[in-house]
Design a protein. Structure first.
Length: 289
């Protein structure tokens, strides 16, 4: 890391991205969190770069939990991210393009670092088997991981529009909560094969063996939260709908998960890339999830 002003041009100062980092962040968003990447491309131009940064950040944090075999190594990598966001003075950069882009975004847009750290903390739990063995833990994870990411996107998009009424703000908050719970559950289930391959089923080994009684309630809860999200969607501000566009994929993901049946812990539930593009585009165009 280096102090501000030493060998740094204006584009590399805190609050702005370093030269060339935008392309790196865009690629990481596309490769690591494709749903949010698609949603970011449909966002207002003045917020698009920040939403791509959020997508890349969330994808990178999730990737650590889903690919690192040794929990201790995962903890070290996640702690590095906590330090990058909390401990380093704004006048220094980390030398990592994505981390510096995230730091610049929080400084420029005034986004709460606490929500970014909540995402890190949520995924750190997935480094250990059985971390989500009860319904309350699943809800907490969904809110801290996907819900926090949606809240950050909504906060950034709120800066691109005029103030809203109290009723609209309340509906927006309800939509963000429901979206995080619905999308959080399907993404957790889609990650189950990767986690089980590492010997870390978040629901416990027994849940994988008896998937129907253990995992089908999670799917049912996802459907219930999706219904709540669609109800809140009716009166929520348009910018909140844009922030949670990935929720448009909950229904097809659930269909894919149910089709897998007992293979849900060994095969990732996927939908065609073109279908993902179309559903998110159509939700954005209609303003309905």
């Amino acid at each position: 890391m280096r102090p501000e002003g030493e060998g740094m041009d204006e584009a590399a100062r805190p609050g702005s991205a370093a030269p060339g980092s935008a392309a790196i962040v865009r690629t990481e968003a596309r490769d690591l969190d494709y749903d949010r990447y698609l949603a970011a491309l449909l966002s207002p131009a003045d917020a698009r770069a920040d939403l791509l940064t959020l997508a890349a950040f969330h994808g990178e944090i999730a990737r650590i939990a889903f690919t690192v075999r040794e929990p201790a190594i995962g903890e070290i990598r996640l702690q590095w991210w906590r330090d990058a966001l909390e401990a380093f003075a704004p006048a220094f950069d980390t030398g990592a393009p994505l981390a510096d882009a995230v730091r610049a975004m929080t400084l420029r847009a005034g986004l709460p670092v606490a929500d970014l750290v909540a995402i890190i903390d949520a995924y750190s739990g997935l480094l250990y088997p059985g971390a989500l063995a009860d319904a309350a833990a699943v809800s907490d994870f969904a809110d801290a991981a996907q819900g926090a990411a949606f809240r950050l996107a909504a906060l950034r998009l709120a800066q691109t529009t005029s103030p809203r009424s109290g009723d609209e703000v309340a509906a927006g908050e309800a939509l963000i909560t429901a979206a995080g719970q619905a999308y959080g559950r399907v993404q957790l289930l889609r990650a189950l094969p990767a986690l089980c391959a590492l010997g870390r089923s978040p629901f416990g080994d027994g849940a994988v063996a008896g998937w129907q009684p253990a995992l089908q309630p999670v799917m049912a809860e996802a459907r219930e939260w999706l219904a709540k999200a669609r109800n809140a969607n009716r009166t929520a501000p348009a910018y909140v709908v844009t922030a949670v566009l990935p929720v448009a994929l909950v229904e097809p993901y659930l269909a894919a998960l149910e089709k897998l049946g007992a293979e849900v812990a060994s095969r990732e539930a996927a939908i065609l890339p073109l279908s993902r593009v179309w559903r998110i585009f159509w939700a954005r165009k209609r303003g309905r999830l």
